[in-house]
Design a binder for this molecule. Structure first.
Ligand SMILES: Nc1ncnc2c1ncn2[C@@H]1O[C@H](COP(=O)(O)OP(=O)(O)OP(=O)(O)O)[C@@H](O)[C@H]1O
Ligand SMILES: [Mg+2]
Length: 285
């Protein structure tokens, strides 16, 4: 776990009303991975995320950036937040400026960048989330999904090392979900570490290369989606297993074993290809 870019070590967190939201939670986010964080409502995902950019500090335990404990001074937090970009579950808790462009500019302006660099970054971020045409619209007049895109653009414009997204797909239409997945792929290809909390098991199974399953404020299981998401105790806490995995299992019971090359399909498209290839094999005399 020591090669983690950021990690929590035995972190517990109690909200002011006494709710114990994290309980001795130990986990690491690894550089340039796609990490999916799963867990039932109230498992502690959002609370854990709030620790990653220092919005809350542990009641006990510690966080480390590499091997250095997080610095909660004003300067330390500013530096941390330039490296860890956070897209909140609810866009209204993140947006505040008058127009889309102003909102997205706010972060990069605070980094002290010159005005032409800010403009460049904002234009690039607007393009990435397909919001360039609405750049001058007041944010409070946008639809929910559009607000969510503005939040994502605001984080992109900061060019952070890690982007943490709390249920980013919720409320986005199917086309925008695909577009966002493509944006995240591009960012990941460019060396950015991406962490997503999601209730969409099928998305996590197809997208992630590291999975953390949380239960009662701690990590129940972590590893690759194949290793983790098919475990009975994980299925029990999440109330389901990925559909693609279920179909592969059902097919294996009737003698169709898709593990031909030792590789298991993780998305619907991969599954269709594997079935087609299997059918082709069967046809061959
Ligand atoms: N501001 C708060 N004050 C008091 N308790 C809180 C607060 N925010 C969250 N909690 C509690 O902390 C626990 C963890 O909540 P958290 O929001 O981290 O869960 P989550 O895994 O993100 O859930 P969801 O899937 O519903 O988003 C829950 O018991 C919740 O009721
Ligand atoms: Mg949450």
């Amino acid at each position: 776990m020591n090669d983690a870019i950021i990690r929590l070590e035995e972190v517990s967190y109690r909200y002011p009303d006494g709710t114990s939201a994290l309980n001795n939670c130990t986990l690491g986010i690894h550089r340039n991975r796609r990490t999916a964080v799963l867990g039932a409502n109230g498992a502690g995902k959002t609370t854990m995320f709030l620790h990653l950019n220092g919005i809350v500090q542990p009641t006990s335990g510690r966080l480390f950036w590499g091997n250095t404990p997080l610095d909660y001074s004003r300067a330390g937090l500013r530096k941390l937040r330039s490296k860890v970009g956070m897209v909140f579950q609810n866009p209204d808790s993140q947006l505040f400026s008058a127009s889309v462009r102003e909102d997205i500019s706010f972060g990069p302006m605070n980094l002290g960048l010159d005005i032409s660099t800010v403009r460049q970054r904002v234009d690039k971020a607007l393009q990435a989330v397909a919001m360039a045409e609405l750049a001058d619209k007041p944010v409070h007049n946008l639809s929910y999904g559009q607000k969510k895109r503005v939040c994502i653009a605001g984080v992109l414009a900061m060019e952070p090392e890690i982007i943490v997204l709390d249920e980013p797909m919720a409320g986005l239409d199917a086309a925008m979900q695909l577009e966002l997945t493509a944006v995240l792929e591009k960012l990941h290809g460019g060396g950015i570490t991406i962490v997503i909390a999601t209730h969409d098991l099928d998305f996590a199974y197809g997208w992630a290369d590291q999975t953390l399953v949380m239960e009662s404020g701690r990590v129940l299981a972590h590893g690759t989606p194949d290793d983790i998401l098919l475990r009975p105790e994980v299925g029990e806490t999440l109330g389901a297993t990925p559909q693609v995995a279920e179909i592969i299992h059902s097919l294996s019971l009737i003698g169709i074993d898709l593990r031909g090359n030792g590789y298991l399909p993780r998305t619907k498209d991969e599954l269709v290809k594997a079935i087609t290839a299997f059918a082709g094999r069967e046809d061959t005399p």
